[in-house]
Design a protein around this ligand. Structure first.
Ligand SMILES: C[S@@+](CC[C@H](N)C(=O)[O-])C[C@H]1O[C@@H](n2cnc3c(N)ncnc32)[C@H](O)[C@@H]1O
Length: 271
């Protein structure tokens, strides 16, 4: 998106103001829990969705459900559709998350996103839609975004993007943005003020946002970066209804990444 374009810049500022007001008025800053996407990052994502005329958001990775709660309220207030996918590997935590969504029009899917996104895609692609990917993230998330190309996908958000990631240069080249590039108004400033008060001491820095958002994503369908998880193959398998095969390829990708990390002496989870 050309942010140098004055009218786009002004339109995004207005959307950012409206999304910030929504988060603040719905008291969604105080609902935030550690480990979740930050309120200002969610406002930025919703502002981009408004700018791109998004009707449905498909989230992957809900855990305790903060981002899911924001999407559920958005769906309710704006009369939109929201779908959330998670593996739900921790049943008590999942039960609490479901209770948190009570009364909200959000479809809670339990399953592996590698297959579940392919299934959900069939029912959402008739209208402009967005992805919010917070598990799986990184390269497999990018591959699924690429595989959904040309299907009315208007916005793709990927969480926990760092400038040191191997995929960072490609994301930037393909238009990935962070909220620091935008200009906000009074409501955006108010949201930041509340956020820094409430989220102080959290496990992730508040200094630099980590939610990368790509308007009108056009990621390559084939690249060495994707390794065994090539978008053209993901797309073909989804089209053929071979969801389990995509899940297997996703697991294989995760195992290979873990192996590489171990070899390099690094530790860490692969989501
Ligand atoms: C960081 S948490 C999500 C936090 C949430 N988006 C928020 O902001 O409140 C990551 C979640 O991704 C889920 N996840 C990871 N890999 C997944 C996969 N392949 N399919 C579905 N869910 C997955 C995990 O179960 C976990 O609950």
């Amino acid at each position: 998106m050309e942010l140098q374009n004055a009218s786009t810049k002004a339109a995004m500022k207005q959307h950012l103001e409206a999304a910030s007001a929504f988060i603040v008025e719905q008291d969604l800053v105080r609902e935030w829990n550690d480990g979740a996407i930050y309120p200002a990052e969610m406002a930025f994502f919703l502002a981009m969705c408004a700018h791109q005329g998004v009707e449905t958001v498909v989230e992957s990775g809900r855990q305790d459900g903060y981002s899911t709660l924001v999407l559920g309220r958005w769906a309710k207030v704006q009369n939109k559709r929201a779908v959330s996918i998670d593996l739900e590997l921790d049943p008590p935590r999942a039960a609490q998350c479901h209770a948190r969504m009570k009364g909200l029009p959000i479809e809670l899917v339990v399953g592996n996103a590698f297959g579940a996104i392919g299934r959900v895609l069939r029912s959402v692609r008739a209208k402009p839609f967005a992805y919010l990917l917070d598990g799986p993230k990184g390269i497999p998330a990018m591959s699924m975004i690429a595989a959904s190309r040309g299907r009315n996908l208007r916005v793709a958000g990927i969480h926990n993007i760092l400038t040191t990631d191997a995929e960072y240069p490609l994301l930037i080249e393909r238009g990935c943005m962070f909220y620091e590039e935008l200009e906000g108004g009074e409501r955006w400033a108010k949201l930041h003020e509340l956020e820094s008060e409430f989220c102080r001491g959290s496990s992730r820095t508040l200094e630099k946002s980590q939610l990368g958002v790509i308007p009108r994503p056009r990621l390559p369908m084939l690249s060495p970066l994707y390794g065994v998880f090539q978008p053209f193959a993901v797309r073909a398998a989804w089209e053929l209804g071979q969801y389990r095969n995509v899940e297997r390829a996703g697991s294989l990708w995760g195992m290979m990444k873990l192996r590489r990390l171990r070899r390099s002496g690094a530790t860490g989870a692969v989501e």
